[in-house]
Design a protein around this ligand. Structure first.
Ligand SMILES: [Zn+2]
Length: 285
């Protein structure tokens, strides 16, 4: 132990000399001489200075960007930035479209086109099943049939007779001429007060509203259960073709229009399934 300590002590305390020798003349020329501990100190200084210089170079000069760890960090940052720019660009697109749309709405223009914004890459189009579902097919079938016939396929004509309806008196007045098929008088003539209003006898749709030479101002109304009512010789009519009318609604004014009229009265007819019926059997005048 003491021996090795002495050896180290010797190393520090001995004097070393670096010299050059001329080979021809064998002249020796001393370059530098130092003691062991001096060599140790100088070496330590040198290493420290090298460490400090290399630290400064890597920390404060562009060389640091070349470090492998730094490059990985930079790549992550770049990807982050790219993603952010991408989402900002999409945001900007949406906003500018919104502004264009609002502008058009303000100016009263038509919004003619929309660019779909969402590009959901999560949707795999190959896996989409575009075949109509059973419910969809049933609905389509139902709607098509409904449109095709206009009257629903479930429609069944009801078998209500005229006696099941409550008819509204078309006009207040006296019956001057009754229903007589042999005289081809298919209705009743009712004389009412001057300018008495003519009313629809049931709910229905006006299928004819016009003037003719023989009948004057005439209205025909189609009612449920294939019932048609006819009102002739009016001085004026207040409903047009295809108008919906309610029972009791005024459709005209009693008059004397038409060649076959011989005084102010209403000629009123009631038909069902193409046959004239006697209104007096169903309506109390
Ligand atoms: Zn008549």
């Amino acid at each position: 132990m003491a021996k090795s300590t002495n050896r180290y002590l010797d190393f520090f305390l001995k004097t070393y000399k670096v010299s050059s020798v001329n080979r021809a003349s064998l002249n020796e020329r001393s370059i530098v001489s130092f003691k062991g501990y001096q060599f140790f100190l100088y070496s330590t200084y040198l290493i420290l200075i090298i460490l400090i210089i290399s630290f400064l170079i890597t920390a404060y000069s562009p060389v640091k960007n070349l470090l492998p760890q730094n490059i990985v960090l930079k790549r992550g940052e770049i990807i982050d930035l790219m993603l952010r720019v991408d989402s900002l660009e999409r945001d900007l697109n949406i906003k500018s479209q919104y502004i264009v749309a609002v502008n058009k709405v303000v100016l009263g223009e038509v919004l003619d086109s929309f660019v779909t914004i969402s590009e959901d890459s999560g949707v795999v189009f190959e896996n989409l099943n575009l075949a109509p579902s059973k419910e969809d097919s049933l609905l389509r079938n139902f709607v098509e049939n409904e449109d095709f016939y206009n009257i629903p396929s479930s429609y069944t004509p009801s078998s209500l007779g005229l006696e099941d309806f409550v008819f509204f008196k078309p006009v207040d007045g006296l019956i001057t001429s009754g229903f007589d098929v042999s005289e081809k008088h298919f209705g009743v003539d009712i004389v009412g007060s001057t300018n008495a209003s003519v009313k629809a006898t049931l709910d229905g749709v006006v299928i004819f509203s016009d003037w003719s030479i023989s009948s004057g101002h005439t209205i025909l109304i189609q009612h449920p259960n294939n019932i048609v009512s006819v009102y002739m010789h009016n001085s004026s009519i207040t409903k047009n073709n295809n108008d919906l009318v309610k029972a009791g609604e005024v459709i005209g004014i009693v008059g004397n229009s038409g060649e076959s009229s011989s005084g102010p009265h209403l000629h009123f007819e009631l038909w069902q399934n193409g046959n004239p019926v006697n209104p007096l059997e169903y309506i109390d005048f």
